[in-house]
Design a protein around this ligand. Structure first.
Ligand code: F6R
Length: 608
């Protein structure tokens, strides 16, 4: 999730300070590297480096770039580490075309190979760099800049918002979008494009929304929008934005957490986009090892528990999932050079996870990881890593990063399962197909079930405790629901494997005790019905997350939240956790707390 801003200003005005200010407003979208480009007197000048905006500005003075047309970018690395050469803008062989990009170009390796055979030289390890080179290639065939850009866009697969400036037409900016966001701003004879409205809000409140598959041409005469596929012109009316700058950053949502819950529709797709070769690399490290430990903390630990079950079920692997802070005391004696540690950490900086990794590395273990922050300490300690591509998460409570971690771990288990042939290819394909369906399912859930969750949150807001129960892969989902609820509402919450609850927890049950069952219609269904009956018989108030049409559980429940479709068991945590995230969010709001910044918590826990 990078931030982009481009502008075409009146002659005599300087774009650079405006770009700098806009990037400051976009920094929340990504902050591992920064770059700007402007055009003046027939020269295209780029300044860029890794680091946060203020650091890069202190080093290079971003404001003294000259010219009324320019583009800036603040990066959240997905392809290629956060180093200077991978920072945006990226240029063609002759430094005549500069491009910034937000998103993931899935087929970049094929395109890169094709361009290399035609003599193009690549300077970075990014997916983005194929764009300036391909435009350069088409220009050399005699196409106009607009046609060369359009043709290039039509070759790209994946998600992108792309902005291009070029010496071919120094007063023009070209941009296009597919899945990643891009909005256009109409100033007084000056024109802007940006990842979100927050970037140009102090400059104009008049905006044009660029739709999927469209491109736009910004020049001193105005903005033209075209369908990228066939170049047909599109007429679009401007809207007037009423948001204040803070709500513009939250895109109109009341809190970052709610925005991030909604973003899962996109972040899960992005997690699915990582190229197979990374999974193959990670898979072979795990398959070469005799012992595998998954280590993580908090929400990442819950994702690890799902990953552990998937690796056992799909790949027959004997994996132990250990809370990172316990790892060295509990399991270090077993670690040797035939051991692999799969560390899962959103931030890649959690001290407990890093300590476990360092201790295991010192004993010769291989280290593989799943992290959201390329360039993090965990990534640097790892032999192989996979980026989960969630973009920055600002809400302290993890939401979108959990569903992405689970998605990545399931894809890893699928990759190893395929190689080992432990389960039928039909079962594996069904799971893979279900993962592709999860974003649409979550969208459906967010469109239709939020009011149900709000009502439950209202009715539970006076509870002194709440319990979450599930079986099988719904145990980690329940643990995650419990963690979200207690950290945001400060209500002591409990989670158990449902079968274990009768060995002690059941003593707490009295009339009206809210008990949330995560009850997908999978192989655990019959047994969980028994557990629901046990609790109901003792007066518990039953709230169930069920598959739509599950009359058996519905009839036993006081309230239900229905998941619109059936899913293979292992895919259920990705969707069933969403109502639990919403429940925690609304409980926090109803109780007057700030869900973005729960007390005593930090986004990244860098102490032991
Ligand atoms: C809970 C939460 C924490 C983190 C934990 C690990 O909402 O955010 O429990 O999951 O501190 O953080 P990472 O994944 O950065 O290692």
């Amino acid at each position: 999730m990078c931030g982009i801003f481009g502008c075409v200003l009146h002659d005599g005005r300087e774009a650079a300070p405006l770009i700098h200010a806009a990037l400051k407003r976009l920094e929340y979208r990504g902050y591992d590297s920064v770059g700007e480009v402007t055009i003046s007197n027939g020269t295209l000048t780029v300044k860029k480096d890794s680091g946060r905006l203020d650091e890069v500005h202190a080093k290079y003075n971003l404001d003294d770039l000259l010219g009324p047309v320019g583009v800036g970018h603040t990066r959240w690395a997905t392809h290629g580490r956060p180093v200077k050469e991978n920072s945006h803008p990226l240029v063609d062989c002759k430094s005549r075309i500069a491009v910034v990009h937000n998103g993931i170009i899935e087929n970049y390796l094929d395109l890169k190979r094709e361009l290399e055979t035609k003599g193009h030289r690549f300077a970075s390890r990014t997916d983005t760099e194929v764009v300036p080179h391909m435009v350069e290639e088409y220009l050399s065939h005699g196409l106009s800049l607009e046609e060369a850009f359009r043709k290039t866009i039509n070759r790209l697969e994946g998600a992108y918002s792309i902005v291009l400036t070029s010496l071919e037409k120094p007063k023009t900016i070209l941009c296009a979008r597919q899945e990643s966001p891009l909005v256009l701003g109409l100033g007084d004879g000056e024109y802007y494009c940006a990842s979100d409205i927050a970037a140009f809000l102090p400059l104009t409140r008049k905006a044009l929304i660029l739709e999927e598959g469209e491109m736009a041409i910004l020049d001193p005469d105005g903005i033209r929008i075209l369908k990228a596929k066939n170049g047909v012109a599109v007429k679009r009316d401007a809207i007037t934005v009423t948001w204040d700058p803070e709500s513009a950053k939250k895109q109109g949502y009341r809190h970052f957490m709610l925005k991030e819950i909604h973003e899962q529709v996109h972040t899960i797709r992005d997690a699915m986009r990582t190229h197979e070769i990374y999974y193959d690399l990670l898979a072979s490290k795990l398959m070469q090892s005799e012992k595998v430990f998954i280590v993580a903390c908090g929400t990442s630990y819950h994702a690890g528990l799902v990953g552990g079950q998937a690796l056992m079920k799909l790949a027959g692997m004997n994996v132990r999932v250990v809370v990172a802070s316990e790892f060295s005391d509990e399991a270090l004696d077993l670690v040797d050079s035939k051991t692999a540690i799969l560390a899962v950490s959103q931030s890649g900086e959690t001290m407990d996870t890093l300590n476990a990794v360092r201790d295991a590395k010192a004993k010769g273990a291989s280290i593989v990881s799943v992290t959201n922050v390329l360039g993090s300490t965990l990534m640097r300690l790892s032999d192989v890593y996979i980026g989960q591509n969630s973009g920055p998460e600002i809400g302290v409570a993890a939401t979108k990063t959990f569903t992405s971690q689970v998605t990545v771990l399931l894809r890893l288990a699928i990759a190893i399962g395929r190689k080992k042939g432990e389960v039928s290819s039909k079962e594996i394909s069904e799971l893979e197909e279900a993962l592709h369906r999860t974003p649409a399912l979550i969208q459906n859930l967010l469109n239709t079930r939020v009011e149900d969750v709000k009502k439950i949150a209202e009715s539970c807001s006076g509870a002194s405790s709440i319990c979450f129960l599930g079986r099988g892969v719904s145990v980690p989902t329940s643990l995650e629901g419990r963690l979200k609820l207690l950290e945001l509402s400060y209500i002591p919450a409990i989670a158990y494997p449902a079968g274990e609850s009768k060995h002690g927890f059941i003593a707490l049950i009295e009339e009206g005790f809210p008990t949330v069952f995560v009850a997908p219609r999978d192989e655990t269904h019959k047994k969980i019905i028994g557990n629901i009956m046990e609790m109901k018989a003792r007066g518990a108030r039953i709230i169930s997350i069920i598959e739509e049409g599950d009359e058996e559980v519905r009839n036993l429940s006081d309230d239900v939240i229905e998941i619109p479709e059936s899913l293979p068991s292992l895919a259920t945590p990705v969707v069933y956790v969403v109502p639990l995230q919403l429940l925690a969010y609304y409980m926090s709001v109803i109780l007057g707390h700030d869900p973005d910044y729960p007390r005593n918590l930090a986004k990244s826990v860098t102490v032991e």
